[in-house]
Design a protein around this ligand. Structure first.
Ligand code: HEM
Ligand code: HEM
Length: 221
């Protein structure tokens, strides 16, 4: 019998779509030379990434790093036999999730110290030497290619799964659920549902609000 189970809790889904908007927003506002808006998108991406890291430790089952960061054996097995279905991120997808989070942290935090030498200075640039500002400018400039690369790879992978493997990853990132056939699924498939009740959603809102206040107080003071 087909059974729906919750994989992506609402906070993880909202994180994803807001994060996608913030990162794409930072790219577009840079291209449009709207540096003020660029900084707002970058701040949002940074706060969201910190939220996602905390959520990776205390969030529901499939949001937790411990449930999806693969060991070397998991990775080898997955590369050998792509047939194994994973309810959450598959081992290769998991590595790209970690890469996306790290690359965006480097991009957004170097931006805090950057200076466009025309009209805008990141909020922490005034606390560091000119050499550090130059270094951060270079990191921000070089790392933006990694941001472009990982976003393209991400979109390419989603498209590949949709078209070639006929696996719809997008739907679950929108409504949260995947369907399993409890008679036919392989034994390796754990039937684990992510908690997604009012308590866990409330906790996510509290954490996000706290991060916004801390960011406002310590970074944008
Ligand atoms: C997701 C986060 C971010 C992304 C994807 C991003 C992306 C970019 C890109 C693509 C450029 C142009 C680089 C070049 O062509 O040299 C740029 C420049 C810049 N960004 Fe960001 N950025 C982010 C966050 C931030 C943040 C948080 C700040 C600071 C508030 C910031 C401040 C700047 C400044 C000042 C420049 C101009 C640097 C220069 O003229 O050398 N960025 N950013
Ligand atoms: C608008 C186009 C986008 C679509 C259609 C999309 C789609 C998806 C889907 C379907 C997943 C789940 C993958 C899985 O099942 O393993 C996912 C995960 C993820 N995507 Fe995107 N994505 C988009 C843009 C972005 C952008 C711009 C970023 C920024 C770097 C991003 C970062 C992530 C991250 C970090 C995850 C992991 C989510 C988590 O575990 O919290 N996505 N995306």
């Amino acid at each position: 019998m087909l059974k729906k189970i919750r994989i992506w809790d609402l906070p993880t889904r909202l994180f994803h779509w807001l994060f996608a908007i913030a990162v794409l927003g930072a790219i577009i506002t840079d291209l449009l030379e709207q540096i003020e808006w660029h900084s707002y998108c970058g701040y949002s991406a940074l706060v969201l990434v910190v939220f996602r890291i905390i959520w990776g430790f205390i969030g529901p089952y499939h949001a937790r790093f411990s449930s999806f960061i693969p060991g070397l054996t998991d990775l080898k097995l997955f590369l050998k036999d792509h047939q194994t279905r994973h309810l959450g991120h598959n081992p290769l997808g998991a590595l790209s999730v970690i890469a996306m989070l790290l690359i965006v942290i480097v991009q957004a935090s170097s931006g805090l110290f950057a200076d466009d030498e025309i009209s805008f200075q990141g909020p922490l640039a005034k606390y560091v030497s000119e050499d550090i500002v130059k270094l951060m400018n270079s990191i921000h400039e070089l790392n933006h290619w990694l941001v472009y690369g990982i976003v393209l790879l991400h979109l390419g992978a989603i498209f590949y799964y949709q078209r070639m493997k006929k696996e719809n990853l997008l739907g679950p990132m929108v409504h949260g659920d995947k369907e399993i056939d409890d008679q036919k699924e392989m034994p390796a498939l754990e039937e684990v549902t992510s908690k997604d009740d009012i308590k866990i959603r409330g906790l996510a809102i509290l954490i996000l609000l706290l991060l916004v206040v801390l960011f406002r107080y310590f970074i944008l003071k």
